[in-house]
Design a protein around this ligand. Structure first.
Ligand code: SP5
Ligand code: ZN
Length: 340
């Protein structure tokens, strides 16, 4: 299996994030995550680690707002030129409300407009890392569009919380959405998000489209981040009505309950009849994840992989979250090992 991976992620290493109540904690979405996964993949005889190809900015601008991308590209330099006292990471403290906010010229004002929380910290290497991450997802898409049955995009930073014009939850460019949109020029696409958190960015990006079916299984947003999206009542709009599905889960969800939710959405994907499948593969559904509250085991993750692979669709698997670094390698191997 081709595994697309770039070293560019290493320069994206924010020194901290801010948790609920204002607690500064070490950045959970850290470079060590990739090393754990790479080490585990190197012990297999089926993973072939490859450099991504550079697709340029066009496939990204097809999903993300140009002004937002310009903000990502230039904000670090502006931050260094600003009056701020601690410049270790760009993080706003004021956020734009849902009205029709004016976009100010001030850097911190724009940061609060384009960033939705205190986990999408920006440092010098963020923009470059985010571009390389999107190129991994696109390279895997190209592999499955040219006859490959499956490819894995080992993306860092992750992407599914990033919308058309916002960053959030460790995400800046929505890698899976960029790949799915690129594939959609060649046929219908189903995008299944199994990360612990609702893929709110992906939901927003495809909400009014009927050529990309989006499905997300996640912790109930009524108690969990991202809070404001991921409810069962959200099923798409306009021509996209009926082409989005959320399956919120309770705290403590075990393998059996997770797999029954999965069966339900696999049925939906089968009836849609896509040409391609994109998976937003977050491993934070794992029982011992520091951010998670659901209890899927390593074997359960393998079983999820097995049932998805039984769809027999050309599949672009895109890395999302997963913060138990010690378990990340075995969980990814358990999942990917069921494909091909
Ligand atoms: C890609 C991905 O998995 N992003 C997840 C971002 C979640 N950020 C939520 C931060 C909320 C902090 N609450 C911490 C409670 C720890 N017990
Ligand atoms: Zn997550």
């Amino acid at each position: 299996m081709k595994v697309y991976y770039s070293e560019a992620h290493r320069s994206h290493e924010p020194p901290f994030e801010v948790f609920d109540g204002g607690l500064r904690v070490p950045y959970l979405e850290n470079p060590d995550r990739m090393d754990r996964i790479l080490n585990a993949l190197r012990t297999t005889d089926w993973a072939e680690i490859c450099e991504p190809r550079d697709f340029g900015l066009d496939p990204i601008y097809s999903v993300h707002d140009k002004n937002y991308m310009d903000f990502l590209a230039g904000c670090w330099t502006e931050w260094l030129e600003s009056e701020a006292r601690d410049k270790s990471t760009l993080l706003p403290a004021t956020f734009a409300l849902r009205r029709q906010p004016h976009i100010p010229t001030s850097l911190l004002g724009r940061a609060g407009y384009y960033i939705m929380d205190l986990s999408a910290c920006i440092v010098e290497g963020t923009y470059r890392a985010a571009l390389a991450s999107a190129n991994c997802a696109l390279s895997a898409a190209e592999t499955v569009a040219t006859g490959g049955s499956v490819a894995f995009a080992l993306c860092r930073p992750p992407g599914h919380h990033a919308g058309k014009d916002y960053a959030g939850g460790y995400c800046y460019i929505n890698n899976a959405a960029v790949a799915a949109n690129w594939l959609s020029a060649k046929g219908k696409v189903a995008l299944l998000d199994i990360d612990y958190h609702c893929g709110n960015g992906t939901q927003d990006i495809f909400y009014e489209r009927n050529d990309v079916l989006t499905v997300s299984i996640h912790a109930d947003p009524n108690f969990e981040y991202p809070y404001y999206a991921g409810y069962t009542s959200e099923t798409g709009a306009g021509v996209g009505l009926g082409f989005h599905k959320n399956v919120p889960l309770e705290k403590g969800t075990d393998d059996a309950r997770y797999l029954s939710a999965l069966e339900e959405v696999l049925h939906l994907i089968r009836s849609f009849g896509p040409k391609y499948l994109v998976i937003s593969a977050g491993m934070d559904i794992y029982a011992d994840d520091p951010l998670g509250t659901i209890r899927v085991t390593t074997n359960g993750i393998g079983e999820i992989g097995k049932r998805i692979s039984a769809l027999r669709l050309p599949t672009d698997i895109v890395m999302e979250g997963g913060y138990n670094n010690e378990a990340l390698g075995k969980n990814i191997v358990s999942f990917l090992g069921e494909f091909e």
